[in-house]
Design a protein around this ligand. Structure first.
Ligand code: FPP
Length: 232
């Protein structure tokens, strides 16, 4: 099997998973978070190099205050668990998105986790937190304009490669495969620049039910597609 170097995942369906069981939405998120941990270790065993998960979008702030605050607490727990169990984990981890809008204690935990895990040898996990593609591109355009204004380069010098190098994902390859769970077929402002040539795979499984065997099915479907990048 030809394994992609980088897979991007939109984890959708926690709410519906809980609803089906007459449980609060938060139980769905919590089960989703446990599933995330398990899947990361399974992907590490598989030998995948990079995986990016959409955990919280720039639009998710519009959810009820209670749900936002519960998700932030879940993130705190998730980070604390990573700090405590650093020795048992083999993967590297970092975060994409605008961290500056997150609570200071969360930002501190993120910096610490990134640092603690930086010497690990396994899969590189990228968690998108307060991430939106339009926001990411807007931040990049601001930085580039600033440099043009400072005289570092001319507008004519701006290339696609240069723009990529100003994005949060500048240090690793674009995903070859995008997976979205729970049957929704939308990009929802996720990695729009980076997914320009990627294959899309939609699974009907709700996120807490999405296991490594489902991910392998997605990889198999990807293997059966012919990628032409606009050529013949
Ligand atoms: C989508 O389900 C899921 C989210 C908005 C949150 C994703 C978070 C996790 C999987 C938990 C891991 C979290 C952290 C903080 C590391 P939904 O609520 O949109 O589900 P629905 O569409 O069925 O209502």
């Amino acid at each position: 099997m030809n394994l992609p170097e980088h897979i991007a995942v939109i984890m959708d369906g926690n709410g519906r998973w809980a609803k089906k069981r007459f449980l609060p939405r938060m139980v769905g998120h919590r089960t989703g978070s446990e599933n995330l941990k398990k899947l990361i270790n399974d992907c590490d065993d598989l030998g995948l190099k990079h995986i990016t998960f959409y955990a919280f979008s720039t639009e998710n702030w519009k959810r009820s205050q209670e749900e936002v605050s519960n998700l932030m607490d879940l993130l705190r727990e998730y980070l604390d668990d990573h700090i405590k169990n650093e020795k048992d984990n083999n993967f590297k981890i970092d975060f994409i998105g605008d961290m500056s809008k997150l609570a200071p204690d969360i930002q501190e935990k993120m910096v610490l986790v990134r640092k603690l895990y930086s010497t690990h040898k396994g899969i590189f996990v990228h968690i998108a937190m307060n991430y939106g593609s339009r926001d990411e591109i807007t931040r990049a355009v601001r930085k580039i304009s600033q440099e043009v204004r400072d005289g570092s380069f001319e507008p004519e010098d701006i290339t696609e490669e240069m723009i990529s190098s100003y994005l949060d994902t500048s240090s690793y390859p674009d995903p070859e495969l995008l997976i979205r769970t729970s049957g929704e077929m939308r990009l929802s402002n996720f990695l729009m620049w980076q997914l320009a040539y990627s294959e899309f795979y939609f699974s009907d499984k709700l996120w807490p039910d999405f296991k490594i065997k489902d991910l392998l099915e997605a990889v198999e479907a990807y293997n059966n597609r012919e990628r032409r990048f606009g050529g013949r």
